[in-house]
Unconditional design. Structure first.
Length: 81
């Protein structure tokens, strides 16, 4: 199965406090909480293919852990069905 991404994000996992506000705020539903913990002991969001670069995660995050990038041309990813 192919998924198209129109953008991507970077996540400062060590800055994250695990509030999970970004998870339901993500319109394409491509963020999920990790099972691993950062140095502070908090789970942090992880990105799966399909990001649109909308910036909803950036706008809702109280800890400013996200940087958003928009691609000039969409990128296709092969993901397991």
């Amino acid at each position: 199965m192919q998924v198209e991404s129109r953008g991507t994000i970077t996540i400062d996992v060590e800055r994250c406090k695990g509030c999970e506000l970004c998870i339901p705020a993500c319109p394409p539903d491509v963020l999920s909480m990790s099972t691993e913990l950062n140095e502070k002991g908090y789970a942090y969001p992880e990105l799966t293919p399909g990001c649109t670069g909308c910036g909803a995660c950036l706008l809702i995050c109280p800890d400013f852990v996200f940087e958003v990038y928009v691609y000039d041309k969409p990128v296709r990813h092969e993901v397991p069905a």
